[in-house]
Design a protein around this ligand. Structure first.
Ligand code: AMP
Length: 599
């Protein structure tokens, strides 16, 4: 298998992609194909079917999009490529990625289609004859049945995250769609795992597929302390800055995915006062070596690198590796963190994991046979403590090592002239020193309102949305029972514990197929053969019909409005109710701005 440290990886230019596609890849700043791309692009370009076992974050979207777009005939206005994805988020993400790879294809149209979006808009967009359609199975099937999406000229079908589609109960829809496509179309099926039903679909519908698996060798890295931060609630850049504030680091290497990102992040860190520099494959050897030399000497402390640029890098003072973007495969991870802990020293590795990347985290733990511990980001108090400590140290160091006679004269002159308290003078000087980098967290400093604020009144009064810091904390409400939930109606769905239903299955399916934002889905009670679910009042009829037909774990919801007696009966039968997630302990927001998207 190819790895970033293995020179056998072909370049994008060697893979035979169409020129406009290659140009877009180069503009995206991708240096080398990821392992799944290197293995999938040639067979897909040759028209073969493909069965790919890989998870999100491995670069699988480009692995199928680049070759299939290269084969596309833009002059032909029929739908030539269809991608099925389990969720609307993924459908949109994939559609955006494909659009960016196709930016140099003239007359190219792509359309994402998913439940919850207005049918009217979709119908109008379909009339523009998109060559590529990306969508969730339910809505795609809907359009096929209405005759608004024709697949008779389809050249390629991609099933993305097939195991997720199975988990969400879409597999029957997927099969129905497969049957609607021409016999000789090309199929690429990607799945992180290969459960039985997916394997059977592959056997039934794929012809002599190339099997691509992104496997991982086991490796152990014992002198390195590994932690991860679950990307939530704050931008990665802000999280990184917090970490930089409190981590005791000598040299640090930060890994990102693209050449452009190395430069962008280096600039941002420099702007925040860190001595950082980028190294990437675009830089010539001399410049790269010069940067590495500066790192070794300590004139810079942070390198922002791509995998390729960091190949074999051996710098003793590298105490920290930060995986700002998660690597594509476990081997890259091992190579990356191997840049620290050199010569038997101890090293620290920090990995940023976004919610969609948790599978890769488990894969890394499995491959390295080590647990990566979850870390909390330093709080503003931690940052303040750290700054105070540094300030005190600087003070002692300055008293010890600097010639201060001139300044002593200056200050005693001031003290005599103003009859001032020496402590007060020192405090004023300390204030001046820390002005740009406050020792106390800002929220603890009582500030006069800013001039503009004083003159114009607070934002809320001006009818503006308060910024995050200004918003009052969300009210904590007591858990509510089904019958008296305000603003909500209780519905009964005909799936329950016997169907292995968990609240998240219901939320996922309903949010995906109806357009109700998951934050507005309320309490869920799972019973043996049915469940109760609270949804915002005033649901449009067509949305109700849509949700009624949704399938979860191979069963249709057959949703109906629950009568009060039925709710009471159901709750009596099941003494302990369950909230579907801890985020929703306080129920959905009571006054959602827009609970139902227009349809
Ligand atoms: P995916 O696994 O398709 O969700 O892709 C994960 C991320 O990797 C996306 O942000 C892509 O833009 C990025 N990516 C895909 N291929 C490459 C590549 N060869 N080099 C750098 N980044 C890539």
């Amino acid at each position: 298998m190819s790895t970033p440290e293995n020179d056998s990886t072909p370049s994008f230019a060697e893979l035979g992609l169409a020129a406009p596609i290659l140009q877009a890849v180069q503009q995206a700043g991708y240096e080398t194909p990821s392992p799944i791309q290197a293995q999938s692009i040639p067979p897909l370009l040759a028209g073969r079917d493909l069965l790919g076992q890989a998870q999100t974050g491995t670069g699988k979207t480009a692995a199928f999009a680049l070759p299939l777009l290269s084969r596309l005939d833009v002059k032909n206005k029929s739908t030539q490529m269809l991608v099925l994805a389990p969720t609307r988020e993924l459908a949109i993400q994939v559609s955006e990625a494909i659009q960016s790879y196709a930016r140099h294809l003239k007359d190219f149209h792509i359309l994402p289609i998913y439940g919850g979006q207005s049918m009217g808009i979709q119908l109008r967009s379909l009339q523009r004859k998109p060559q590529v359609v990306v969508g969730t199975p339910g809505r795609i099937l809907d359009h096929i049945r209405r005759g608004t999406l024709k697949l008779d000229k389809l050249e390629a079908l991609v099933l993305d995250e097939a195991d997720e589609m199975l988990r969400m109960g879409f597999i029957d829809d997927v099969e129905t769609i497969l049957k609607e496509t021409p016999e000789n179309r090309q199929v690429a099926l990607f799945s992180a795992t290969m459960p039985g039903p997916i394997h059977r679909v592959a056997q039934k519908y794929l012809k002599d597929p190339v099997d691509v698996r992104i496997q991982s060798k086991t490796s152990t890295v014992t002198t390195i302390n590994q932690r991860y931060w679950q990307v939530t609630g704050m931008h990665k850049l802000d999280a990184l800055t917090r970490i930089l504030e409190v981590e005791d680091f000598d040299g640090m290497i930060i890994f990102v995915r693209t050449k452009n990102a190395t430069v962008e992040l280096a600039e941002k860190l420099e702007a925040r006062g860190y001595s950082a520099a980028a190294i990437n494959g675009d830089m010539n050897q001399a410049l790269r070596e010069k940067t590495i030399e500066r790192m070794k000497k300590g004139s810079i402390d942070i390198l922002i690198a791509t995998d390729v640029a960091a190949r074999g890098l051996d710098i003793e003072r590298m105490s920290h590796v930060v995986n700002y973007d998660i690597p594509y495969d476990t081997e890259s991870y091992v190579h990356r963190i191997g840049r620290t802990g050199r010569a038997g020293r101890k090293g620290e590795a920090i990995l940023f994991v976004s919610p969609r990347e948790t599978r890769m985290l488990s894969a890394i733990e499995k491959a390295t046979r080590q647990v990566i511990t979850k870390m909390q980001l330093p709080s503003s108090e931690d940052i303040a403590d750290r700054r105070v400590l540094q300030f005190m140290e600087q003070l002692s160091e300055t008293i010890e090592s600097q010639e201060l006679a001139y300044f002593e004269t200056l200050i005693s002159q001031y003290q005599q002239e103003h009859n001032a308290d020496p402590i007060e003078i020192a405090a004023a000087l300390a204030f001046l020193v820390q002005k740009d980098r406050p020792l106390k967290p800002v929220k603890h400093v009582t500030q006069r309102p800013a001039r503009e604020e004083r003159e114009r009144g607070p934002r809320q009064e001006r009818g503006e949305r308060p910024s995050r810091g200004e918003r009052p904390p969300r009210e904590k409400r007591a858990p509510r029972a089904h019958p008296n939930e305000p603003d909500m109606d209780t519905y009964r769905v005909e799936v329950g514990r016997a169907d292995n239903i968990e609240p998240r299955n219901l939320v996922g399916a309903i949010a995906n197929e109806s357009g109700i934002d998951s934050q507005f889905i309320g309490r869920i009670t799972i019973n043996d053969d049915h469940s109760l679910i609270d949804l915002p009042q005033g649901m449009p009829k067509d949305m109700f019909q849509q949700i009624r037909k949704v399938w979860v774990n191979n069963k249709q919801l057959n949703m109906s409005l629950a009568t009060e007696e039925a709710v009471a009966e159901s709750l009596a039968a099941r003494p302990s109710r369950r909230n579907f997630s801890k985020d929703r302990k306080d129920g959905p927001r009571s006054k959602p701005g827009k609970k139902f998207k227009k349809s």
